[in-house]
Design a protein around this ligand. Sequence first.
Ligand code: CO
Length: 192
Amino acid sequence: MEIIHYPHPTLRYQSKTICRVDRELKAMVREMFELMYDTRGIGLAANQVDLPLQLFVVNASGEPGNGEELVFINPVIDQPKGSEVSEEGCLSIPGVHADVNRPAQIHISAYDLEGNEIDMVADGLLARVIQHEYDHLQGVLFIDRISESAQKQIAGELDAFELEFNGHQASQKIPDQATILKRLVEVENRYC
Ligand code: CO
């Protein structure tokens, strides 16, 4: 398992509902937490590790053994309140940061790995991480939500990511689009 980088097509894929949790999925969630800690993140969505599933993990403390490890399966966000601007980054676009305006508070309902319902009101950093990860599941990246002037500022960095990705596809380190898509459909069919 590894974190895929912009502009990998799985980052733009609409993640699918999870109908069952098996031992393999639980192991993948564990691995997602480890990857997230290793890369100094506080949230990670399944499609960032090339899994087309509606699932993301969060630990706002960013440290193993600290804070709370949260797993959100098939999440729905509603009841947005207020707005707040804060700087964001993303493990799939490492090194790029920009201000994003988001609701300051949200309500999220979801399921955890044991099938328990999660029903939570979040604000502050937790609300921001949850919205950022939820966006991933819809194929949305934080760079889609930044100002035009901020987009101009990071354009060069995004170009570099695109060059790197094209190089990886040319050298077959990353498969071609058709192979990527075929594997995504296989994975989503395994879980629903
Ligand atoms: Co991200």
